[in-house]
Design a protein around this ligand. Structure first.
Ligand SMILES: *[C@@H]1O[C@H](CO)[C@@H](O)[C@H](O)[C@H]1NC(C)=O
Ligand SMILES: *[C@@H]1O[C@H](CO)[C@@H](O)[C@H](O)[C@H]1NC(C)=O
Ligand SMILES: *[C@@H]1O[C@H](CO)[C@@H](O)[C@H](O)[C@H]1NC(C)=O
Length: 400
């Protein structure tokens, strides 16, 4: 059966269409103030400041990297590899087979001149990631110019430059519309993270690398690797080799060298890896290889805090961590350690008996619930890192 469209409803729909149209026009007007058409400006995240013109340039066939005047020696090829990824990004796998001799040489951009002012290639927390990028007007092209304090700022500049380029389906070459460009940029936040959880869901190494690549596109700089949890323990820990018996399967694992490779892959893209082991809750999988970490057969978490071995294992993990995770921070989870209110502590008492060793341990003056929660007192690190906990831990967020 067909419903007749009543005049009233028709009128109302007409009004809605008008309102939508006005909104669209308003948005366009706002963007047009800057002379930017919506389908062209795709810089992400929006830089601190951007200005542009209305002409076009084309990338020459041999668009090259020029590093004259750069203090950073690029011994490990971070800049060079970043530039080669930039070329891949702007081509988006198109065959660039336009006829270059048809293009006026005054419209051809020969390359990108990059000047990195600092020789230091350390990817420290809080480093200068700013950059300035300019693309000249048509008629006098030569080189686009990118200046940054650190090589990692320059990598952000590469991302922005790639976002100014498009493949022109008519000329079949890479075009930089709306030149001249001047972009001045710096991050608003020194920690721009994304979390992956390889315990609940094993991620193959190529997937992790793809995630890191896409983080670089969006200028994120911390991969928070929530490696292990209650469900599985995929990482090799040389000090306690039975820990990864808790992996989902023999193949769903990362060797210690795999983890080091991920850290290096990320670092070369300006991304630090924040390694996390979640303790003392969320740690059931540890006991598959070392059952004595469990309070009892019936009570598998939180870890048995009355057992010195628990702290030895944590120390072993952190000591191995420090060999590969070079970031200033390490994450100890600390969330959802079920307290008396949430039932787990009584269940310890219930399952083990009121005079069990955990209860006895708890009754010692230093070992109150807060003392147990405050495991940082019991965890010693042999290197300079800060430990991060989640908000629910001790009801505060922060470092220690
Ligand atoms: C490329 O363009 C030039 C100048 O217009 C022309 O002479 C030449 O034949 C073109 N080459 C091809 C392969 O189309
Ligand atoms: C592609 O190049 C042609 C010829 O120069 C130009 O007319 C057109 O606007 C360009 N297309 C885009 C999407 O920039
Ligand atoms: C556990 O460690 C504490 C502090 O180092 C020590 O006093 C205690 O004797 C140890 N307990 C066992 C069972 O080894």
């Amino acid at each position: 059966m067909q419903e007749l469209i009543r005049p009233q409803r028709f009128l109302m729909m007409g009004k809605i269409v008008w309102v939508l149209l006005v909104v669209v026009l308003l948005v366009q007007a706002v963007l047009a103030i800057d002379g930017v058409s919506v389908d062209r400006l795709n810089i992400w995240p929006m830089p601190h400041s951007v200005s542009h013109g209305h002409e076009s340039l084309f990338l020459s066939k041999d668009f090259e990297l020029n590093t004259e005047g750069t203090k950073y020696n690029d011994g490990s090829g971070i800049l060079k590899d970043g530039f080669s990824r930039l070329l891949d990004m702007v081509r988006v796998a198109h065959v660039v087979d336009g006829n270059f001799s048809k293009i006026d040489t005054s419209l051809l951009l020969q390359g990108l001149h990059v000047v990195v002012l600092s020789a230091d290639g350390q990817l420290q927390y809080g480093i200068d990631e700013s950059y300035k990028l300019s693309v000249p007007a048509s008629g006098k092209p030569g080189y686009a110019y990118l200046e940054a304090h650190t090589v990692y700022g320059a990598l952000h500049g590469f991302q922005t430059f790639s976002q100014l380029c498009l493949f022109n389906f008519t000329t079949r070459v890479i075009e930089v519309p709306m030149v001249p460009w001047t972009v001045i940029d710096q991050p608003r936040f020194s920690f721009r993270g994304l979390l992956i959880d390889t315990s609940r869901h094993y991620l193959p190494l190529p997937v992790i690398k793809n995630v890191i690549d896409s983080m670089a596109y969006a200028k994120l700089n911390v991969l928070h690797w929530h490696i292990v949890d209650a469900q599985s323990f995929p990482l090799e820990i040389p000090s306690y080799p039975k820990l990864w018996d808790g992996a989902y399967s023999v193949s769903e694992r990362y060797t210690f060298a795999d983890a080091a490779e991920i850290v290096s892959y990320a670092q070369r893209r300006g991304i630090n890896v924040l390694g996390e082991i979640d303790v003392p809750g969320h740690a059931r999988s540890w006991g598959i290889g070392y059952p004595s970490l469990w309070p009892s057969k019936d009570c598998l978490e939180p870890l048995d805090v009355s057992n010195n071995f628990t702290f030895k294992v944590i120390d072993g993990i952190l000591s191995d961590f420090s060999k590969i995770f070079k970031f200033k921070f390490v994450h100890l989870g600390g969330d959802e350690v079920n307290t008396i209110d949430e039932g787990i502590w009584p269940s310890w008492e219930f399952s083990l008996g009121l005079d069990d060793r955990i209860t006895v341990w708890m009754q010692q003056p230093k070992n109150t619930i807060n003392g147990v929660m405050d495991i940082k007192e019991n965890i010693k690190l042999d290197h300079e890192v800060s430990k991060i906990y989640e908000a629910v831990f001790l009801n505060e967020k922060g470092t220690s």
